[in-house]
Design a protein around this ligand. Sequence first.
Ligand SMILES: O=P(O)(O)OC[C@H]1O[C@](O)(COP(=O)(O)O)[C@@H](O)[C@@H]1O
Ligand SMILES: [Mg+2]
Ligand SMILES: [Mg+2]
Length: 341
Amino acid sequence: MSQSKLITMDEFTIQETRKFPQATGDLSALLRDIGLAGKIINKQVRKAGLVDILGQHGATNVQGEEQMKLDVYANDTLINILKNCTECAGIASEENDDHMSYEDTFSFNSKYVVLFDPLDGSSNIDVNASIGTIFAIYRRVSELGKPCTQADFLQQGRNLVAAGYIIYGSSTMMVYATRLGVNGFTLEPSIGEFCLSHPNMKCPEKGKIYSINQGNSVKYDDGMLSYLSYCMESNKEEGRPYSQRYIGSMVADMHRTLIKGGIFIYPGDKGAPNGKLRLQYECNPMAFIIEAAGGRAVNGNGENILDIRPTELHQRVPVFIGSKNMVDKAMEFVKTKETVA
Ligand SMILES: O=P(O)(O)OC[C@H]1O[C@](O)(COP(=O)(O)O)[C@@H](O)[C@@H]1O
Ligand SMILES: [Mg+2]
Ligand SMILES: [Mg+2]
């Protein structure tokens, strides 16, 4: 990123909007507001050991998971910023039981709703590894001028208008996808702006890394285990064995997968047939980004993640996501064994 050619995210989205004369600019404004929330969360993350923001908050969320202080901080920040902006009619979050409808005059007439995982990778907060915020933007299906309804938040991933994440890593980046493609913006700390650093991101068709919690192997079925054996098997021509990398923070594992290629898997297992990750604010936005970058995302039956019809806000789904060829290969193992069983 050369200083003389800095393109801020705002400039970029304005340029993109101009390609569509009928566009209102509302989506650009919404992305800017999510970026603003990201900058505020980033400020806390950067001084996490110095202020009282590490550790547990003392409550559990709707899924029975311990909330960390930063989970709560990030959630409150996003809720307040999106409430005060004029483009968002309501939100749903990993940390809230139900969706929230913003009922002021402006929000009532807003056409977008946002779903988010305010802080992804909670288990990494206290050990200073990369964490992130994941978001998904839909056009509401409920009537303008009325409160949002559950239907707004239970849309298929196919309906996404935009999705992205902010990663608080060695630098802070915001990556978002629309149907036009995927672009990444690095936070320039001296001017406090996200600036275009990764234009037109593409996920390589094939990679050399598989990413899964291998410690759970004892619970995996035969198909999954034989795919893992395939990843570890030596085959020089095909570039195997693959390397295994697993941070345990979906944002960080997916950011690497998007840039370097590879496959990220959180499968169903004997104890949790639907796996752990949530469809609406983790897997759908990541699937939308990866598809827009040329990759693929399916569940354990090979069904495209974006085609799944959600029935509950916090539903979980097994996920195989990343380089197209690697996801297709994994399905050969997983689906064959399922049929045999
Ligand atoms: O510790 P496990 O079971 O491997 O799970 C790791 C996964 O859980 C998550 O941390 C769940 O996200 P949250 O931190 O938002 O609950 C993902 O980011 C990650 O991929
Ligand atoms: Mg998460
Ligand atoms: Mg979270």
